[in-house]
Design a protein around this ligand. Structure first.
Ligand code: COA
Length: 154
């Protein structure tokens, strides 16, 4: 995998396109088109990219943005969100490789990674388990539950 690069305002349009394309699968699995990654507007995404507490990384292949992830730093906790791989590039290790690469790039105070996904997201749940995440609880969302996971490292 090419090294991940930090994404900024100039990448906002491409990132929105990637996010919307990738998260349709999640939405269909949960019969909920209103999930935040699909609802997020370009302006909201640009505000996140400008937020100094959020680090957004992307992977480009021959210039094309094929994967991305967003990390909000809160002291020793890093909240992972919006992990997305382009639909035609899924299942070839890109998502796992990006998650591992980002772990190595987190600032020193970070000791815990947290994330959540829908309970019907079988693929992501397997992926996070393989990466060492463990479930910490479930919360209701529409007519399904969100599964909260965390991983301690360092
Ligand atoms: C979830 C997501 C980020 C995973 O990214 P990915 O690049 O497809 O993930 P990986 O390829 O690393 O791993 C996924 C599968 O591919 C397999 N895989 C890994 N390396 C592979 C390779 N070299 N060749 C073929 N398959 C491979 C893995 O075994 C895994 O299979 P399994 O989950 O069925 O056991 C991606 O599918 C996606 O964007 N989904 C939609 C958005 C989403 O759900 N995001 C997460 C919500 S929290």
């Amino acid at each position: 995998m090419p090294d991940p690069v930090r994404l900024a305002d100039a990448d906002a349009g491409e990132l929105l396109t990637l996010q919307r394309a990738a998260f349709v699968t999640e939405a269909r699995a949960h019969r909920d088109l209103d999930i935040p990654p699909l609802r997020e507007t370009l302006d909201e995404l640009r505000a996140v990219l400008a937020d100094p507490d959020v680090l957004t990384w992307g992977v480009r292949d021959s210039g094309r943005l094929v994967a991305a992830v967003r990390i909000r730093i809160r002291g020793e906790v890093a909240e992972v969100g919006r992990l997305a791989v382009a639909p035609d590039r899924q299942g070839h290790g890109l998502g796992s490789a990006l998650m591992r690469a980002v772990e190595e790039r987190l600032p020193p105070p970070v000791r815990v990674l947290r994330l959540f996904t829908g309970e019907l997201s079988a693929g992501p749940l397997r992926l996070y388990a393989r990466l060492g995440y463990v479930e910490t609880g479930r919360t209701p969302e529409a007519d399904y539950h969100l599964v909260h996971l965390e991983k301690h490292f360092r």
